[in-house]
Design a protein around this ligand. Structure first.
Ligand code: ATP
Ligand code: MG
Length: 589
């Protein structure tokens, strides 16, 4: 086997073997059924041989009846066995596929945000769908028939040699060109398969972006341009796929040619042997019928090998994801917070995005007393969003540490930490679920009263006006809601989680002045007894905070009250730079 199949190429696929373990008996039944089926098919020519040499040669019609029933019985047995194998296969192998997909999904969830920053969605999607199907096809069919065909091939060759050694040896010799061809094909095909599968991932990414970015594309009237780019990409995939088809075509036709040449040889040499009475006519008939049985395994090898290569490539691509170790993990022995009060400290924290040359945050020192609200003010790109991602460990700090009630947050179980720290993001993502399901994401056991209170607080009572109220399914990423509505839902979601620490990244940016004032008033109530970091842009929101920190180019350059900081030109500039405020205040710049 090792000569036909390069073992290293199948290492990833082999890595999935433990998924088969629970289906051991099903695999055995599949093998046995497959073998029995092949055996039944192989016996038919032998029955024919017996008929030709016996009853037919003797002209004994009565003796044909048992031969007829034997052939019929074998045919029916073959049918039943195919059914049994397929039935068991579809149950077991679909389950295996589902299990791998579940694990992949779980692993993707465990991987840190940094991983998802670096991987294209389409590449992950294609791995979780197309690649997994390739593996399923191979496990359910290819792998079994690979073994069955090889055994059939060897068995038939042995039978042929036993029937008439000289001819049998000629036939067996065709193994050599078959193996040589298979090796060459395997090498070329695996390279192509990898290319096609990667390109399919890129295409999936393009399709995904085209769908999620449809508004931008339309607004800029760039539909045609993107379409042209997409078509070009699709052409590339098509080109590679065609190369695969051409390669398969060449290989398969050469594979077909080999047994046909052998058949011609057999007819010639066998005819001469019968003429010289060194072989019976029945033996020649059986021989040629058996030879046909040999043709199938050889032709099958063609597509089984293609399937195997595709599955091996798919396995490589999936294992690449599995091989990525989550960067943010639970500590081996999680600490417990004995007296949770919500004191949050940044101690000399520096942070650099993976692959970034420069740190985004440098030497941040902040100390938030329980219940205190700290506003973060800074120019765009100064690192405010990066800072808000750290307390919930979406990324881990690169230096220094963050503590919650004196415990390094890396020593807390992730679930525990994230139950205590809720974050509302700048760009609020809502899921394709009902409003209620979106809201209770952080607290599945929230009561109706609590949900109402959170909605009230975030001034999100527009949800009651939706067609089915809280049970309205909101579109993909909440597309059917306005930016301000989404922001208010995200705020309600964060508040509902009743965290000890609330992290709000610019939660009011998409609200009109009127709603903003209302949400601010409501927020003021929540923030009274919750520790909070709030990224703000407008002077009015700063009023919510007890203290303000000025972030400049990744460093905290000043901490103090609003009026203290107003004396700093850098602070005044950042806070008044917002054009809305400038316009509403009627201040000419
Ligand atoms: N995932 C990422 N990988 C690498 N660099 C990033 C990533 N996200 C942001 N950056 C970079 O880090 C810096 C800080 O970004 P950040 O999003 O924290 O700014 P911000 O202060 O929130 O700006 P804004 O006010 O526009 O929201 C920027 O220079 C940005 O380009
Ligand atoms: Mg930001």
């Amino acid at each position: 086997m090792q000569t036909v199949f390069n073992g290293a190429r199948y290492r990833s696929l082999y890595g999935f073997r433990h998924y088969l373990r629970p289906y051991r008996w099903q695999m055995w039944v599949m093998f046995v059924a497959a073998f029995a089926m092949v055996a039944a098919a192989t016996l038919v020519p032998l029955v024919i041989k017996a008929a030709v040499n016996g009853p037919i040669a003797r002209g004994d019609r009565g003796a044909l009846v048992p031969v007829f029933f034997a052939a019929l019985g074998l045919g029916v047995a073959e049918c039943v066995l195919i059914f049994v194998r397929r039935y068991i296969q579809s149950i077991a192998v679909l389950q295996v596929e589902t299990n791998i997909r579940d694990d992949l999904y779980r692993h993707l969830q465990r991987l840190a945000v940094a991983f998802h920053d670096q991987w294209q969605t389409g590449q992950l999607l294609s791995r979780a769908t197309t690649d997994l199907s390739s593996i399923r096809r191979f496990l359910g069919f290819g792998a079994i028939f690979l073994v069955v065909n090889v055994v059939q091939y060897v068995a038939v060759c042995a039978l042929l040699i036993a029937t008439y050694p000289p001819l049998g040896l000629i036939v067996s010799a065709m193994t050599v060109p078959v193996i040589w061809l298979a090796r060459r094909f395997g090498n070329e095909y695996s390279l192509l398969a990898r290319r096609v599968q990667d390109q399919q991932g890129d295409l999936a990414t393009a399709a995904e972006e085209a769908a999620s970015g449809i508004r931008v594309t339309k607004a800029f009237g760039r539909g045609t341009l993107l379409h042209t780019q997409f078509v070009r990409q699709a052409e590339v995939v098509r080109g590679s796929a065609l190369e695969m088809v051409a390669l398969r075509g060449r290989f398969w036709s050469l594979l077909e040619l080999i047994p046909n040449i052998v058949m011609a040889l057999v007819v010639l040499v066998g005819g001469l042997a019968v003429a010289h009475h060194s072989m019976s006519l029945g033996a020649l008939v059986a021989f040629t019928t058996l030879l046909v049985l040999l043709q199938w395994p050889i032709i099958d090898i063609g597509w089984i090998l293609s399937m195997a290569q595709e599955a091996a490539t798919a396995a490589d691509r999936i294992q690449e994801v599995f091989a990525t170790v989550p960067a943010v993990v639970d500590p081996p022995v999680p600490a417990t917070l004995t007296e949770p009060r919500g004191r949050l400290r940044f101690e000399h924290v520096s942070f650099a995005f993976p692959d970034a040359d420069e740190p985004t945050l440098r030497d941040i020192d902040l100390d938030l007393a329980p219940g205190e609200t700290l506003a973060i003010v800074g120019a765009t790109g100064s690192g405010k969003t990066a800072l808000t991602a750290l307390p919930a460990r979406l990324y881990d700090v690169t230096a220094g540490r963050i503590t919650l009630d004196g415990v390094d947050i890396r020593d807390l179980a992730l679930a525990d930490l994230r139950a205590r720290i809720a974050t509302a993001f700048e760009d609020p993502v809502l899921f394709s679920m009902s409003v209620r399901e979106n809201l209770v994401l952080g607290r599945p056991d929230a009561t109706d009263e609590e949900i109402e209170a959170a909605i009230d607080l975030a001034q999100a009572d527009f949800v009651h006006a939706l067609p089915w109220g809280l049970d309205t399914r909101i579109g993909e990423q909440g597309l059917s809601l306005s930016g301000g509505q989404r922001q208010r839902l995200a705020l309600a979601r964060a508040v509902l989680a009743r965290p000890a620490v609330l992290v709000l990244d610019d939660p009011l940016s998409a609200l009109d002045v009127h709603t903003e004032a209302k949400v601010e008033a409501a927020l003021a109530r929540v923030l009274r007894d919750t520790t909070a970091i709030v990224v703000v842009h407008r002077p009015s929101t700063v009023a919510l905070a007890d203290r303000v920190a000025l972030l400049e180019d990744g460093r905290i350059t000043a901490v103090g009250t609003h009026s203290e900081l107003m004396r700093l030109p850098a602070y005044a500039e950042v806070l008044t730079v917002d054009p809305d405020d400038v316009i509403s205040a009627g201040v000419p710049r």
